[in-house]
Design a protein around this ligand. Sequence first.
Ligand code: SF4
Ligand code: SF4
Length: 401
Amino acid sequence: MKDDDRQLDLCVKCGTCRTMCPVFRVTGEEGGVARGKISILQALYRGNTRFSEETLDFLNQCVTCGSCEFVCPRDVPFLQIIENARAKALRDGQISLSKKIALKLISGKRGISAAAGLGRLLPGDSGLQYKLPLIKRHIPKPGKSLDSLLPPFSPPLGRYRFDVLYFPGCAMRYLYTETAKNLVTLLNRLGVGVFLDFGQKCCGFPHLTAGDTKTFEQLMSHNNQTFSAFKDKIKYIVTACATCGSALKNNYELPVEILDINELLVDVLDAHFQLKSDKKRPVTRFHHPCHLMKHQHVKDQPEDILKEISDFGEMEGADFCCGFGGSFSVFEGELSRGIGDKKAEMIKQSFAETGIKEEVLVTSCPGCILQLSDSLKRNGIHVPVKHIVDVIIEYMEESHD
Ligand code: SF4
Ligand code: SF4
């Protein structure tokens, strides 16, 4: 508890975090923002009391987007603080995750049948069990898993400039398999071999943010073992899921460096220059996933790519959280939708300002794609949302016509 106290005491209550907090933007309540949560935790830790129901609600009302940490002048490690608090609630038996999830699902109209159908398709330890916002949402139907579309693969020795191991993560493996296949195609075209290994499990981020550190550590240990088998064959581990990238980069002790696909393309391969062509360029705007920009500090690379291959435009609130956030969209569905609505409004304004019809909203995280697509559809805004990998592949294919 002493470490927690020290972390909490770094906060000088300046309120800068209020400027970026998506929960505060929707609720307007001090308990929604980092400063308010810190004040509540300070009082509770000093009194050494259990959390009240109201406190638990405030703790649950956090997307763990990291926006507060990103702007905090005192470097308060808020994400660590909230993880510790949620882990304490679990230890004290104050939150039963399965019960909470079950109650939320049952309260939806077709919740149980939808969950049961989905539950049959997903492995028991998949983070998607925590992540999917099942109630009243437009979500893609899980199809064939990546494993059945692309078999495990080892690139022939010496065929490529270097080789990487791909960590698709649950969403790419079960929902956005086309994007996962496109990533392999893209890297091969740029001279990079891609090892595919489906012994990997969920990165554990949803479990970590829900306070379930025990399951997180089991998943981390399992994944690290699978990575170690490749350590002498690969230069990097690569992912195109911002959430997985954040989990692996900030929590794992990896045998080789992990890179987000945007880092690999721009910082290592200079691919944005290679992609240049005179062909028709789509009009794009980019949503910065919190887990990419605020957790991994990757901001310029995707914009550099889009500036080369499209008519890239700025967007109001490009770095404002979409409201998805690990287990948040399940536990706090209404709030998650409220944040999604705010984001949709910002997107609508930017697109309406230019009057351009054929625009694409691009991002680089499957969770954001799911949430943004849902929010835009719910608000009657007809803008396609695509992963940057898919946009690059489409562009390459049009350039070769
Ligand atoms: S910005 Fe940082 S120091 Fe300021 S109130 Fe928020 S958490 Fe505290
Ligand atoms: S992590 Fe995001 S949602 Fe949570 S308090 Fe900070 S800014 Fe608000």
